[in-house]
Design a protein around this ligand. Structure first.
Ligand SMILES: NC(=O)c1ccc[n+]([C@@H]2O[C@H](COP(=O)([O-])OP(=O)(O)OC[C@H]3O[C@@H](n4cnc5c(N)ncnc54)[C@H](OP(=O)(O)O)[C@@H]3O)[C@@H](O)[C@H]2O)c1
Length: 296
């Protein structure tokens, strides 16, 4: 019998990509988007997952709005932590493996070299704390479940920073981005390739980091996106990204960690698959998803 995969949060940026990419590989994948399953309703989680027959599940659903989490901590806790316990429990009842997507925001950002899975997580925001609590909730249900931390997720299924900066550079003469925060982008199509072996073939447990290699500020990320877009023929009005500080952004309510690049050595060792430099992933995304909208 084919091994069936369930994806929760399949309407989101990462979940939609996993659903499409794995279905294209011939996997039997069931996607549950927000309308189909509210993870905040634990009875619904039990009922819906209990009625399905599956062998692995990936939870991509979360309250991902970092500033909203500061204002609505109970909601953050419910969706990012308590719901994870309900989902992991439903997986264990099916003897299915649960991969739960977590975040680089579990770290305080004080380090200046890539965080490994052994580094202590010390969140500085409600969002980060709720996600760390989610990892603990996952492992309290069963050790064999895996928390996968990603960072700066981008891809074709929902706009993110890279799309916003390109939109702005197409419309305005000047654009700016934060230059005092460093992390590593994660391309959803790369995540689909790198996560797939973790479902069944190389079942690691505990925590694993998944992102591209290298690191950058938002300004460098944006500048590279503009350079790639220019090379791909996009009619940009702005060609350079000016620096901003996090403190220049009044809309930021939550504290954000300054440095959260993550080491992917464990992922590479476990799967035998190497993540690629973030610059290559951004270039491919712009060439394949943005350039076709602007035929030369
Ligand atoms: N985006 C990043 O840069 C980033 C960085 C680090 C870690 N992560 C983690 O990566 C995972 C995937 O994030 P993403 O980038 O794909 O974000 P996303 O596009 O915001 O996806 C999150 C999904 O969760 C759904 N959701 C929210 N509340 C829900 C509920 N009560 N019940 C069911 N579904 C609900 C959302 O649906 P609606 O939109 O319809 O509400 C959305 O489809 C998350 O765990 C996030 O914490 C993301």
């Amino acid at each position: 019998m084919a091994r069936r995969i369930v994806i929760i949060g399949s309407g989101g940026r990462l979940g939609a990509a996993l659903l499409r990419e794995w279905q294209a590989l011939g996997d039997e994948v069931i996607g549950l988007n927000h309308a189909q399953l509210d993870i905040g309703d634990f009875a619904q989680v039990r009922e819906k997952l209990g009625a399905l027959d599956f062998h692995a599940l990936v939870n991509c659903a979360a309250q991902t709005n970092v500033d909203r989490c500061e204002k609505e901590p109970a909601e953050a806790r419910r969706l990012n932590s308590e719901a994870v316990a309900a989902i992991a429990d439903a997986c264990s009842r099916q003897r299915a493996r649960c991969l739960h997507i977590s975040t680089d925001y579990v770290f305080d950002g004080e380090k200046r070299e890539p965080y490994t899975e052994q580094d202590e997580a010390r969140p500085i925001s409600i969002y980060g704390q709720s996600k760390l609590d989610g990892e603990h909730a996952l492992h309290a249900v069963a050790d064999r479940h895996l928390a996968v931390r990603v960072s700066w997720v981008f891809g074709p299924d929902r706009p993110s920073f890279v799309d916003q900066i390109l939109q702005r550079a197409l419309a305005e003469e000047t654009v700016a981005a934060i230059a005092d925060k460093i992390a590593t982008p994660t391309y959803t199509l790369d995540a689909a390739r790198l996560l797939r072996p973790l479902l069944f073939d190389q079942p690691a447990d505990g925590v694993m980091h998944l992102c591209s290699t290298g690191s950058c500020t938002w300004q460098q990320y944006g500048q590279h996106a503009l350079d790639c877009a220019h090379a791909a023929g996009l009619p940009l009005k702005a060609r350079t990204v000016a620096p901003q500080r996090m403190s220049d952004i009044p809309a930021f309510i939550a504290r954000r960690p300054v440095y959260t690049a993550m080491s992917t050595a464990l992922l590479a060792r476990t799967t035998g698959l190497a993540p690629r430099p973030w610059q290559e992933a951004v270039e491919e995304y712009i060439r394949t998803h943005w350039a076709p909208r602007f035929p030369r």
